[in-house]
Ligand binder design. Structure first.
Ligand code: FMN
Length: 385
């Protein structure tokens, strides 16, 4: 693991106030595995970008005890009560142990990394490539690799998944061990097979969603956007008629359980309106997954065989915020529509407020939380102040 005791970590530890989750007595897992963030040089575990997905899956950090600032206000996620507007989207939380770790660091909604109806290996390294770029709006064709992480990176995982038996048991255990006031959101994706129709794909999405609910997920998220995957399961958000069909099948499978649809970068009003029409079975839309671009290495070669990858992090903030504003405007004009989850480029309380002002119900953070795991605590303190 990369380790770093950042300045905020020192601030938290100086007070030495233990936070044992707000759910009352700790359960066995918490008693067994918690470490206390109490020394000035306290080591903060984080995702190791130099190692592959399998290594990070097998080396989760332990939950910590630390002061978690209270955020004044009434907060919800898909209408469920939360103690802050903060959550983490699909990606950084590879399994239940990663979820319990970030839950201990002040995040209220924890999204289980997208899972499938069968095993899928991860793409080879590099999975995370820092890029040099200003704000991205989707017209950019090519970006250059950055020597250090400037806040944005190209993400190349290909949506790996454990076998269903493995992730279902892990989701079940995670819900048991997660404090009652934290919400477990499970992200699923269908996996296209040769000769499958859209109905077959819808059934596959619905199967995964049902398994997630049966395993204890509080909410289910369907991923309709992933520029890392060249099959059509990655691009449903650009095909409203297909997206409608899949959403209806999933809604039937999950019953009344809140259903979130994760979408990609949408720029035009007509595309946004078509999606809103198609996704009327969704409780909420999470946006934006990423903005896609090709990446050129320092020696001039195009990475990933010249295929685009999703750029996540700071560079996507402006575009994602503009997208949230666009959807909010359309929903208000219609007088009804799904809730919105703001995702993309968030690393400060000001960013969180911007999404909330843009009409989002809550805000999720991936890249910045991977780079700086205590960011949830820092933002909570800023929101409280
Ligand atoms: C390492 C990593 C893995 C990701 N994997 C997924 C995934 O499996 N499913 C998904 O819907 N989004 C995935 N995403 C996209 C994030 O959920 C999020 O939409 C994106 O990172 C933008 O947020 P950020 O700017 O805070 O990183 C991933 C992102 C990262 C950084």
């Amino acid at each position: 693991m990369l380790r770093d005791g950042g300045p905020f970590c020192n601030h938290v530890s100086a007070r030495r106030i233990a936070y044992h989750f707000s759910a009352g007595p700790q359960n066995d897992f918490q008693r067994r595995k918690m470490t206390t963030m109490s020394h000035p040089e306290s080591a903060i575990d984080r995702y190791n970008a130099a190692r592959d997905y399998a290594w990070n899956y097998a080396h989760p950090p332990r939950p910590v005890t630390c002061e978690v600032p209270r955020v004044p206000g009434n907060w919800t996620f898909c209408g469920l009560k939360t103690t802050s507007p903060l959550g983490m989207p699909a990606g950084p939380l590879l399994n239940g142990d990663w979820i319990l770790y970030y839950a201990s660091l002040g995040f209220d909604v924890l999204t289980y990394k997208t899972v499938r109806s069968g095993y899928r290996a991860c793409y080879p390294l590099p999975n995370l490539v820092p890029v040099r770029t200003g704000p991205l709006h989707g017209g950019e064709l090519e970006l250059s690799v950055a020597a250090e992480m400037p806040g944005s990176w190209a993400v190349s995982f290909g949506m790996p998944s454990q076998e269903p038996d493995v992730w279902r048991a892990d989701v079940e255990r995670t819900r048991r061990e997660l404090p009652w006031d934290k919400h477990l959101n499970v992200s699923v994706v269908g996996t296209v097979q040769p000769d499958w129709s859209i109905e077959d794909l819808a059934d596959d999405y619905a199967r995964c969603a049902k398994w997630a609910v049966e395993s204890g997920a509080d909410t289910v998220e369907v991923n309709y956007s992933c520029p890392n995957v060249s099959t059509c399961d990655g691009q449903l958000y650009q095909q409203p008629a297909d997206a409608r069909l899949v959403t209806q099948a999933v809604r039937e499978a999950v019953g009344q359980r809140p259903l979130i649809v994760k979408i990609g970068h949408v720029t035009t009003e007509s595309e946004a309106a078509a999606l809103l029409d198609a996704l009327d079975g969704a409780t909420a839309l999470a946006m934006t997954n990423s903005v896609a671009a090709t990446i050129r290495d320092a020696d001039g070669t195009l990475l990933f065989d010249g295929q685009k990858r999703g750029i996540c992090g700071a560079a996507t903030f402006e575009a994602s915020l503009a997208q949230a504003q666009l959807f909010t405007r359309l929903i208000r004009e219609r007088g009804c529509g799904p809730r919105l989850i703001g995702v993309g480029g968030v690393s400060s309380a000001a960013h969180v407020r911007a999404y909330l002002d843009a009409g989002a119900e809550c805000v999720h953070i991936a890249t910045a939380a991977m780079v700086e795991p205590t960011i949830g605590l820092k933002i909570r303190a800023e929101l409280a102040g």
